[in-house]
Design a protein. Structure first.
Length: 114
């Protein structure tokens, strides 16, 4: 069983920045990939950014050039640096861990509003 704990969400003004963290515990093996997904009210969950075990990163079209995913293998933690935030980035952000089985964190709320 893998336990994921997200942190770093909050309220930020448009144009501002936030950094999300996701710490993984409980697994004796490394994931094939970890990533961030988000779900806004009334919308489907969508991919934000994914980083594979080999370090390859992919981003959703709406966040390319503004968000950066990174990882610290020693801490079993991934990060999402979010810059130039827009009101449409408002959502609950979920951490994802994948290796045959997929695990999800509980989510952290991000609100972009003036």
């Amino acid at each position: 069983q893998v336990h994921l704990v997200e942190s770093g969400g909050g309220l930020v003004q448009p144009g501002g920045s936030l950094r999300l963290s996701c710490a993984a515990s409980g697994s004796g093996v490394s994931p094939n990939a970890m990533g961030w997904y988000r779900q806004a009210p009334g919308k489907q969950r969508e991919v934000v950014a994914v980083i594979t075990s080999g370090g390859t990163t992919t981003y959703g079209d709406s966040v390319k050039g503004r968000f950066t995913i990174s990882r610290d293998n020693a801490k079993n933690t991934i990060y999402l640096q979010m810059n130039s935030l827009k009101p449409e980035d408002t959502a609950v952000y979920y951490c994802n861990w994948r290796r045959i089985v997929t695990y999800w964190g509980q989510g952290t709320q991000v609100i972009v509003s003036s």
